[in-house]
Design a protein around this ligand. Structure first.
Ligand code: AMP
Length: 173
């Protein structure tokens, strides 16, 4: 199945000039959703990954399904102020202003092998911040996996030296 065809594009959302890549149409399609999880599962099932971390909120959808398939635990990385126990936080630059992500301080132990998942990489700012949180707790990032890569924004560069695995690319569209 061509996964790209199951992703809906909404022009000018949430603001003018943004082509919003909407994955709700992909996850509603059981064949497409299973295919995404199956591809990720095949890639990581023999790896040393012992935790999947996902970024709020769409990273939770793919990350938790994948954690279940891999038989490993899931760690949520959330926007500021949402996690109830002790957290560490990481602030990163946006086009206008900054944003902050948080993780529970006890979510990852030294030596954990973590697969970081989100729905989409644009500038890579949120994935780079999430990767830092994991590393600050002593976790090792095995790979970063996303469904969609917006190639023109060069997020792949921003998350270096980590490797990016993406399933669908949008370029010059
Ligand atoms: P970034 O930190 O710039 O890589 O932005 C990534 C986050 O913003 C992801 O969690 C996406 O869900 C969301 N995002 C950024 N740009 C888009 C877009 N064009 N369509 C849908 N989601 C987007």
């Amino acid at each position: 199945m061509e996964l790209k065809k199951t992703i809906r594009t909404i022009p000018d959302f949430p603001k003018k000039g943004i082509q919003f890549r909407d994955i709700t149409t992909l996850i509603k399609n059981s064949t497409a959703f299973c295919e995404v999880i199956d591809i990720f599962h095949r890639r990581y099932r023999k790896s040393k990954v012992n935790l999947v971390a996902g970024i709020e909120s769409r990273g939770f959808i793919f990350g938790s399904a994948l954690a279940y398939a891999l038989g490993v635990g899931f760690v949520p990385i959330r926007k500021q102020g949402k996690l109830p126990a002790e957290t560490i936080s990481q602030t990163y630059e946006l086009e206008y202003g900054t944003d902050t992500l948080e993780i529970h301080s006890d979510a990852i132990q030294k030596g954990d092998s973590v697969l970081l998942v989100d729905d989409l990489i644009a500038t890579g700012g949120s994935l780079a911040a999430a990767a830092k949180l994991i590393q600050r707790l002593g976790g090792e990032i095995v790979d970063i996996a996303v469904v969609i890569e917006l190639v023109d924004l060069k997020g792949r560069e921003r998350i270096k030296p980590h490797n990016l695995f993406s399933l669908v690319s949008f370029e010059g569209e």
